[in-house]
Every structure is written in structure tokens, then in C-alpha cells.
Design a protein around this ligand. Structure first.
Ligand SMILES: [Zn+2]
Length: 70
């Protein structure tokens, strides 16, 4: 049986079923209590950062052993 996962869509562009990394990044940057989530593209636009920067941030968090990322 497939594990039940909450499907989360991007609040800004409507991209469906954000990845675990995208969701993790929202929680990491916006706080664990966030109710709305952005895809990586919209998050980059929102924060005035590049997607590349966010991707390398994800890699850093993973290296720190953060469980929000895969
Ligand atoms: Zn989006």
C-alpha cells in the first residue's frame, strides 16, 4: 500500500504536488508552521534569489543531515 502523503500545490503558480525538497525548503526558510507553500521557482522569485542558490541551499541542509530533505 502506498504511504499517505499530503499533496501540496504551489500557492503562487499552482504547480501540483511539490517535492519533498521544495516543501522542506519552505519550512526551513518560512518556518515549520507555514501553511502555504511555494514551488522552487516561485520561492526564488519571492526571496529574490536564483533557483541555483536554493538548490545549493538544499544540498547544504542535506549535508547537515536535515530530515526535511531527501
Ligand atoms: Zn510556483
Amino acid at each position: 500500500m502506498k504511504k499517505q502523503v499530503n499533496r501540496i500545490d504551489c500557492i503562487a503558480c499552482g504547480k501540483r504536488e511539490l517535492s519533498k525538497n521544495e516543501i522542506g525548503l519552505n519550512k526551513k526558510i518560512l518556518g515549520r508552521e507555514v501553511q502555504v507553500f511555494y514551488c522552487i521557482n516561485c520561492l526564488a522569485a519571492e526571496l529574490d534569489l536564483t533557483v541555483e542558490k536554493l538548490l545549493s541551499a538544499i544540498e547544504n541542509f542535506k549535508e547537515q543531515g536535515c530530515t526535511l530533505f531527501e
